[in-house]
Design a protein around this ligand. Sequence first.
Ligand code: HEC
Ligand code: HEC
Ligand code: HEC
Length: 383
Amino acid sequence: MRIWNIVGLVATAIIALALPIYAFNESNRLKTAQADLITESIKQGQIVYAQNCAVCHGIAGEGIGTYPALANPGVQGMDYDLIFKTIERGRYNTAMAAWSVKEGGVLNNSQIDQLIVLLQQGDWADTSRAVQVLGFTPPTAISVTVSSEVLAKLATLPHGAVISRTLPLYSAKCAGCHSADGSGTSIAPPLNSAALRDKKSDVELQRLIANGVAGTLMAGWQQALTAEQINDLVSLVRYWGEIPAGTIPKIEIPIASTDAGVIAAGQDLFGQVCATCHNTNGQGKRIAPALNVQSFLKTKNDQAIKAIISQGVPNTRMPTWAGRLSEAEINNLVSFIRSWEATAPEVATPPGQQGRGPGWATGGGGGGGGQGWGKRFWQTLGY
Ligand code: HEC
Ligand code: HEC
Ligand code: HEC
């Protein structure tokens, strides 16, 4: 009989010993399973991010143009419900659309969850590699670099500290439209003028840069830049007069090519993605203005056309193309559009009169039925 007692004791001892080991293994197993799940979510999230979000928020969550950065402690620490709602429903009246299928978007709840894991626990360097491998790198916005010698020279001016600190930011975000030396381009007014300094107070400039000007290419920057950065830009405009003329070189990078192959590639792409609104040869439709017309081609240089195509026209039907089209593709489009200049008419021909128009107008079916088409007729339709 005693033998059973001993067996019982031994068995109890074994169980007593085994239980913690089992528990230890089990918690490790759970931890590993959880880590695997997170890794897998991040991997899936990177694909969804590359396809849908990188175009505005950047391959490393750094933000592009006026679109805000996501790689920051604010988003990492954002309450789960709030971040879910932001992606699910979007932000009213901004470019941040509602993404959930329920709200008319393209993402299901588990994809949104994967994005949240990515945004809050992912590694942005790793994500940027994944986005590049997947081939979703948006083309870089037009930006200019100012040499360190020029910056050092500027630092000696009375307000040199803020001027030299802010010029690189200006060059990256604003110069594409307002030009490197602030003298303006065919699409945006000068920022270096005494008239502007006299006309606008600091508060007005601050509001202008933060909120933009509705219905123009000037978008609001308050999401993309910090309050300090916007104040620095106000100071740059305020003290621009201190910068001696000619210090900042005015760089113009030619974009359009006259190569027949490049123009043909541009024509092909234009037919696929632009002609629905602008007509086959850019003669315009009711929904969108003519581009094949001297009044447009003479007043817009290549940079300007490229900037409009890349960034779209805020609050109109003209979409942002950066991200959907590569930089090379946008350059091809500019080349095709520029190739019209030699033969473009002075005034756009009404689509309804195409039969009687010059040769360029016979390419496609016009949208209008002979209604009073003015040069800016589309504007009266509220586009
Ligand atoms: C067309 C451009 C665009 C795209 C594409 C886009 N966003 Fe946004 N997103 C914005 C803008 C603009 C805001 C700022 C909205 C505002 O003013 O509150 C924003 C805000 C956000 C915010 C809130 C950030 C904060 O600090 O409050 C999150 C999170 C976010 N987006 C995630 C995403 C995700 C995930 C995707 C892809 C599914 C995506 N966005 C796609 C433009 C975009
Ligand atoms: C995509 C082109 C574009 C970009 C990029 C851009 N702007 Fe503008 N900006 C414009 C246009 C167009 C106007 C004129 C708006 C109007 O018609 O009132 C303008 C107007 C302004 C004005 C008012 C000028 C005046 O005479 O009233 C200021 C100041 C300004 N921008 C600052 C900036 C700053 C600072 C940046 C960079 C953070 C910037 N802009 C980026 C296109 C742009
Ligand atoms: C969904 C319709 C639509 C599509 C597609 C479209 N556009 Fe536009 N585009 C517009 C509208 C509307 C405007 C006028 C915006 C405004 O109110 O200033 C415009 C304006 C422009 C302008 C500025 C014209 C001017 O007079 O300042 C250019 C350049 C342009 N589009 C090029 C293109 C190119 C290139 C494509 C193809 C990659 C394209 N657009 C696709 C609707 C469209």
